[in-house]
Design a protein around this ligand. Structure first.
Ligand SMILES: [Mn+2]
Length: 259
């Protein structure tokens, strides 16, 4: 039998809310130690920025990853655009040419404290996060966007290309990637080609459903407010699931377990 898979959307520095979510779903115990057994826990990326405790979130997730591995569990994450923004500010922020990375990061909710406290080990861990993953028959990506196709035609090549970029000093490529991440809602039903985009994206990379974060659910369903969102938004004829509960916008988030 396949391991249970749980997925959590964009955290954006909401450490206390993340702890509450993990406790309520019994993935951690009272002492914040992994208690999820052989569960495979995924995050959709965007651990950092906008909220106060991004580096604490990364620290917790890295520790849970080590603890889970000991008991046959797994903790994994996708790369979000805020990881790229943060890494750019870290890598180039002190150079003259890099000042615009720091500015762009701050304008997008960068928290100076995170840049002060982040360790070299955490930076390396962030750079190695995959941009996409196939989990059971679901295609996990951070953004509801198709720009990923510009980085390769398979999950492996996309992940390799983007990871190599993050280890390079090519500021043009970094900017291009950040620009690409401004794409969103590409699969949304309100677009005439939304479902079609979802179908062809799945056809290219595999899987029967796209699971993503990046765009708060209440931006797509205007009848919802973040404080009431407790489950993913299914759209594009259930070809897509949005897991971003808007945790930095008043939402408590939720843990989605694959049925
Ligand atoms: Mn994002």
């Amino acid at each position: 039998m396949a391991k249970p898979v749980s997925i959590i959307g964009d955290i954006h520095g909401q450490y206390d809310k993340l702890v509450a979510l993990l406790r309520d779903s019994q993935l951690i115990d009272e002492d914040l130690a992994w208690s999820g057994g052989d569960t495979q826990l995924w995050f959709t990326g965007d651990f950092l920025d906008r909220g106060p405790d991004g580096v604490m979130v990364v620290d917790l997730v890295m520790r849970l990853q080590r603890e889970a591995a000991v008991v046959g569990g797994e903790v994994c994450s996708l790369l979000g655009n805020h990881e790229v923004l943060f890494l750019g500010a870290y890598q180039f922020g002190k150079q003259h040419v890099g000042s615009m990375f720091a500015l762009g990061w701050l304008r997008n909710g960068g928290i100076m404290k995170d840049l002060e406290y982040v360790t070299a080990e955490q930076i390396a861990w962030l750079k190695d996060l995959p941009a996409m993953a196939l989990v059971q028959d679901r295609l996990l990506v951070h953004a509801d966007a198709t720009f990923y196709t510009e980085y390769g035609s398979s999950i492996e090549t996309v992940n390799q290309t983007i990871s190599a970029l993050l280890y390079s000093d090519d500021t043009g490529e970094w900017h291009q990637l950040l620009d690409s991440f401004s794409e969103r809602m590409t699969f949304y039903d309100m677009r005439h080609d939304g479902s079609h985009n979802a179908e062809s994206f799945l056809k290219k990379f595999g899987g029967r459903q796209i699971i993503h974060g990046h765009t708060p659910i209440h931006y797509m369903d205007l009848d919802l407010t973040p404080d009431t969102i407790r489950q993913p938004l299914s759209y594009a004829r259930n070809r897509c699931l949005n897991l971003d509960g808007g945790m930095y916008l008043g939402g408590n988030g939720f843990v989605y377990t694959l049925p």
